[in-house]
Ligand binder design. Structure first.
Ligand code: GLV
Ligand code: MN
Ligand code: MN
Length: 426
């Protein structure tokens, strides 16, 4: 079914309520950025994450939604449809943040879904299909790498126990943190992980801030997201030998920091891209013993490599380990791939519904791919999936200065409401 506008529904979306909820959530893990901006640090599976989820559940229950969780602690809030036996439409995003993150990445997609559902209730709409609001566990990968664990396990991309041994910065294992959280949530109904009774969702629609500069620069209100580029994450460990900085001759050292520099220099050459499409980032480095006057015995560093072409992603990604091995001179090397998300294209059923809703609401919309990865990437094999972007001020994200205005976010929630309504009638 397709309709131009659902006027009562669109009018029922409340800019103020959505903004107030965002600001309430932003208090859970509030931090101040280097420039004084109010940001958020809400690691996945932390007490703050749980507090945020409990707040979401309270808001959901107040409008008659039913909560449940699965074995990955993915949280679902269900609005029953006129035909409860039909496959549901899923919408949502994530509630965890980067360690120095903003107030909108992820959490807005969850609260926009809640706002859309609440607007349906207030407009007296019960959709034909159930709608489930989902908050995926650990999308960011900031505490436990990689990100998107909840959606990868839900989609059957990876087994549920894949990351049990992954440790956070304090040596806490993901499997232990997950079990602890699940025990605390014993009062919540449990649902099987993944597709229930062999029935995939009817569709998945995720709202998210753009996290890049295009919409603002081009004067657009809405991004009709056409797909997501591919990402690969690697962890590199170099093992040398510690020595006294004042006495050990340079010629005798097995210095892990110096070998890291050789490796990164070689990787920069491998990743050279005159078109500036490729993304290559080394951003987390651990040095042991991390002392000014001890030669580094061990270094670990991360690689985040992204490209929209599966061929480039495969060829250059596969060259990472040999390039490092050829570059290092003194250390033993281990390269572990921790994340491999192929580029995806979103389904016309969703992209065209987003385009129709934006047009019907008089919004300027741009078709664009996503440079960031999202849980939606893993839903693509399961069901027609897509995303809605709203502008990010100056394109800043993964930074406390991240900002989208109440009006921009309300426009996104109105588009989401109309898309969910249309898709849930289908
Ligand atoms: C998601 O947070 C990403 O790094 O793209
Ligand atoms: Mn996000
Ligand atoms: Mn993010």
């Amino acid at each position: 079914m397709s309709e131009a506008v659902a006027p009562n529904l669109v009018a029922a979306v409340s800019e103020q309520r959505q903004w107030d909820r965002l600001m309430q959530m932003a208090r859970l893990g509030a931090i101040t950025g280097a420039d004084g901006s109010p940001g958020v640090n809400r690691p996945c599976l932390s007490p703050l994450d749980r507090e945020a989820r409990r707040l979401l559940i309270a808001w959901g229950e107040s409008i008659g939604l039913t909560p449940s969780i699965d074995a990955l602690n993915n949280l679902f809030l269900r609005m029953e449809g006129r035909e409860p036996g039909l496959a549901p439409v899923l919408t949502g995003s994530h509630m965890d943040s980067q360690p120095a993150g903003g107030r909108f990445d992820g959490i807005w997609g969850v609260l926009a879904g809640l706002e859309a559902i609440q607007a349906m209730r207030e407009a007296g709409i019960t959709p034909r299909r159930p709608i489930e609001l989902v908050a995926w566990t650990n999308e960011e990968g900031g505490r436990f790498a990689p990100g998107c664990m909840g959606s990868m396990a839900y989609a059957g991309h990876s087994a549920a126990d894949t990351w049990d041994a992954v440790e956070d910065g304090e040596g806490i294992r993901f499997g232990d943190a997950l079990r602890e959280q699940l025990a605390l949530e014993a009062d919540l109904p449990r649902r099987p992980l993944g597709v229930v009774e062999g029935r995939a969702p009817h569709a998945y629609v995720e709202a998210h801030i753009e996290q890049g500069p295009r919409l603002e620069a081009e004067g657009q209100d809405i991004g009709i997201v056409t797909g997501i580029q591919g990402s690969r994450w690697f962890l590199v460990e170099l093992r040398g030998e510690s020595a006294h900085a004042g006495t050990a001759p340079l010629s005798m050292r097995r210095d892990a920091v110096q070998d890291m520099l050789r490796a990164i220099t070689a990787l920069n050459a491998l990743m050279d891209d005159p078109t500036d499409i490729l993304r290559f980032t080394v951003a987390r480095i651990e040095v042991h013993p991390n002392s000014s006057n001890s030669v580094a015995e061990r270094v670990r560093f991360t690689i985040d490599f992204r490209h929209p072409s599966a061929t480039v992603l495969t060829e250059r990604g596969d060259a990472i380990a040999p390039t490092i091995r050829a570059a290092v001179q003194h250390c033993e090397v281990t390269v572990t791939e921790r994340f491999h998300a192929l580029p995806v294209d979103f389904a016309p059923q969703v992209t065209e519904a987003v385009a129709r809703a934006a047009a019907a609401q008089g919004l300027r919309a741009l078709r664009m791919p996503s440079g960031a990865f999202h849980d939606a990437q893993f839903m693509v094999p399961l069901c027609p999936s897509g995303m809605i972007f709203v502008p990010s001020r100056k394109g800043i994200s993964h930074n406390p200065a991240e900002y989208s205005s109440p009006a921009q976010l309300a426009a996104g929630a109105r588009v989401l409401a109309q898309v969910l309504h249309e898709v849930a009638e289908g």
